[in-house]
Design a protein around this ligand. Sequence first.
Ligand code: HSE
Length: 430
Amino acid sequence: MSEEVKIGIIGYGVVGSGLYQILEKNGEEIRQRVGFGVRVAKIADVDWERQRPVMPPVEMRVGDAYDLISDPEIPILVETIGGTGIALKLVRAALEAGKSIVTSNKALIAMHGEELLDIAEAKGVDLMFEGAVGGTIPIIRALKESLEANHLDTILGIVNGTTNYILTRMADEELEFSDVLADAQKLGYAEADPTDDIEGYDARNKLAILSAIGFGLRARVEDVFTEGITRITQADLKYAAQMGYVVKLLAIGRRQGSRVELHVHPTLVPKNHPLAAVRGSFNAIFVHGDGCDDVMLYGRGAGDMPTGSAVAGDVIEAARNVVGGCKGRVLCTCLAAAEPAPMDEVDTRTYLRIRVTDQPGVMGKIATALGDEGVSLASVIQLDTDGQVAEIVLVTHLCAEGRLNRALERVKALDVVEEIASRIRAMDEG
Ligand code: HSE
């Protein structure tokens, strides 16, 4: 019988149960492949009354996570509670107790990663978090190991499954945001409190983690300009489609000299761009580096077994270090604090839907107001005239957001303009 490494899981929700299932299902194959066994010894959760699709045997269940932290036979703990409250306390305590930690908690790593990695380093244990970004997609290891010889300049991703699912259904079924959200909640695709997903906070946390690793820059989540998808309407999706785009919530990190742009927002993506084909709850992350050129990784962004698979990969790697008697190798990759570029200085192309009085010369006035600030137009369509009010839809060429803001003040001041109904950034196709 080969050696066996015992692990404990703290939090038996979607990810915890996915990890348990995959290790149960493939345990023997994993043992043969890696040369030792990985066995779930204890699972801590505060609520064992709630039925999950797969329940672990009663003897594995405990109510107090500190039972796992103080167990000398368990060298690796997996945290799948989420959030930065009790999860932070437990992870700190476990690292201090000399346990290696594997977590899928993006908020924890985005906000406290540096502190926790420092403790892990001091204690000579691992802190791994592949499951925190992109669900099953092996992006953390790709950035830390496979691509580490590159100087990366761009990270671009669809990193939130809930919003991608909502936007995909809105486009396919011609539904409004609130209708799809309600249905997604009923089907379990969106949380009862969907704020973190629909307001872009989940994607923001993931972008902060990706840029810390990909660019080696410590970004605070507050450095990430963040806008969610709640204002996207059916009308915008239709106009975007007519102009050859789909709308996606993108997380964008781009080096700009010594500074870095970090922004999360709905974005018009050309239909022929690979990210446009990422549908439903799938995620994809696209990076560009000086050696690797373009690389895109694609896979399921959430779900029990997909995320469980990513977490299990980390667990096996941490177990390898335990078996080999190695010191944890996962050091903080942030070499410096990020110097974020203010959004006003970020160049974007922008889609605008403007409601105007339907009279001759309106288009000219708008083009002049934009042109006076140096904003030029890439495409224009005028649609849906009801005799009095018309909608003008246009996409600008690349220009700094600050310049566009000033131009839009001029547009709003025109007597023929009723309102700027929508403003959505568009991907730079250059
Ligand atoms: N709420 C996340 C999403 C789950 O929708 O992508 C995976 O992190």
